[in-house]
Write a protein that binds this ligand. Structure first.
Ligand SMILES: Cc1ncc(COP(=O)(O)O)c(C=O)c1O
Length: 455
């Protein structure tokens, strides 16, 4: 008789310690930090590591300008504000993302308008975007979620036809491409995150990118308190008196202190050197895993749409109970699989459990106080626009899927041997799915006598 799965008393497939943790701090990174400490220049947007990182990152994503910020959220906020988004404007964002996407819109005083996503990929659906455009819409903010490029071709066409901007949330997508071009600077402006879990992690940090000179100058002023600084000030930077370089001190519009930090920049530079090779291996592992999992009936690894590439920052798998021959609800199957796969030693997370408009910030719409910025718009019925019934594909995607690997141990950190064990464990648990489903039906009958686990 085959050994039972770990949840039913068998030996787990994988030991927790087999995972590689992320970020994988190298000797070179330690040396890079010491180099900064020895130099003694620890801050300033024109400090040497910051400027060198910006040039190297701009080159990596094919952008004319890259500016280091202290987070991905601040990079996105800068992108919106520098591109001219202002109080009361509507910005269309996907209902499936991290909350920082709509928060960046709110920070700009603008109003996020949520749109449902494609159920198979989790990416923004351009057709739905078009149907939501009104005279108040100034921009759409696609999210290259999981590290996979959104359909920028369609969105840029809509942008040209309807006169709205594309501002890319590329927080998870360093090196992903659309039609062979790296995402981030393909619209008006974009933002990346350097938070530790990301494929390019530096503790905390972000990068604003654009190909537009005027937007880059404005973003640079906005990340420096709205002061009258210029990118050309770099030439006058004095490493011997780094805090006393010439700089305009008058603030001419509301800005923020969003500069990046020198230690993080040095760390990020060495991580960036390793990124192309790590991304190549990560893609190889993801493709192999997807091929293996797709052999199992009812298991649907995330597809990469035509024209796009993914850097697989997150790895999502959908489960279809019907195709798997099971008469249980998708959410029940998902929860059973989470339990069973975790018992096998796998890192499994949900990341998001509901469409973004389900979060209290968007239900109460208290905003900055007195309902600002929603209070600027008395014509729009936000109660109906934010109703969860409008985001059924997002909800179905989240109810029927789980993420393999975690923030602390993402796919990019894992050797092929660990990825192979994931495929083995998944197949082992899937083989026992009928038994798993029965256990859920039995448990439901025991608690409420209804057998409610059924679909
Ligand atoms: C899609 C998305 N947008 C924005 C952000 C915000 O980045 P940060 O956490 O660096 O502010 C994140 C990061 O977690 C993200 O995943």
């Amino acid at each position: 008789m085959a050994e039972p799965i770990a949840l039913f008393g068998g030996k787990p497939t994988l030991a927790k310690e087999a995972h590689k943790k992320w970020p994988d701090v190298s000797e070179e990174q330690r040396r890079a930090i010491l180099r900064v400490l020895d130099r003694g220049v620890l801050s300033g947007s024109n400090a040497p590591e910051c400027v060198a990182f910006e040039e190297e990152f701009a080159d990596y994503v094919g952008a004319k300008h890259a500016l280091l910020t202290h987070s991905g959220t601040s990079a996105l906020h800068l992108a919106l504000a520098a591109a001219g988004i202002s109080a009361g404007d509507h910005v269309i964002v996907p209902a499936y993302s991290f909350v920082a996407t709509p928060l960046a819109v709110l920070h700009a005083g603008a109003i996020p308008i949520f749109v449902d996503v494609d159920e198979a990929t989790g990416l923004i659906d351009p057709k739905e975007v078009e149907s939501l455009i009104t005279k108040k819409t100034r921009a759409v903010m696609p999210v290259h979620v999981h590290g996979c490029s959104a359909d920028l071709g369609a969105l840029l066409q809509i942008s040209a036809r309807r006169g709205i901007m594309v501002i890319e949330d590329a927080a998870q997508a360093h090196g992903a491409t659309w039609n062979g071009k790296p995402v981030g600077p393909l619209g008006k402006a974009g933002g990346f995150s350097l938070q530790s879990s990301k494929n390019l992690g530096a503790g905390e940090g972000g990068v604003f990118v654009t190909n537009d000179d005027a937007i880059a100058e404005e973003a640079n002023r906005l990340r420096n308190f709205g002061q009258n600084v210029a990118l050309s000030d770099r030439a006058a930077f004095d490493g011997d008196r780094p805090l006393d370089a010439l700089r305009g001190m008058d603030s001419s519009r509301i800005g923020w202190m969003y500069r990046g930090n020198e230690l993080g920049a040095a760390f990020a530079r060495t991580a960036l050197e390793k990124l192309p090779e790590l991304t190549r291996l990560c893609r190889e592992n993801a493709d192999w895993l997807s091929k293996e999992l797709a052999k199992l009936p009812g298991v649907l690894p995330q597809p990469t749409p035509e024209g796009a590439t993914s850097v697989h920052h997150k790895y999502r798998v959908r489960l279809d109970p019907k195709a798997a021959g099971l008469d249980i609800a998708p959410r029940t199957l998902r929860d059973l699989m989470i339990k069973a796969l975790r018992a096998e030693g796998l890192e499994i997370v949900l990341w998001q459990g509901a469409p973004l408009p389900a979060q209290p910030t968007f239900i109460t719409r208290e905003g900055f106080g007195g309902g600002f910025p929603w209070s600027l718009d008395r014509e729009t019925d936000f109660g109906s626009l934010y109703a969860l019934s409008r985001f059924q594909r997002t909800q179905r995607l989240l109810d029927s899927s789980l993420l393999l690997f975690s923030q602390s141990c993402p796919l990019i950190a894992q050797p092929a041997s660990v990825v192979h064990e994931y495929a083995k464990a998944f197949a082992r648990v899937w083989e026992a799915r009928a038994e798993l489903a029965q256990s859920a039906v039995r448990a439901a009958s025991a608690t409420n006598g209804s057998g409610e686990a059924r679909a």
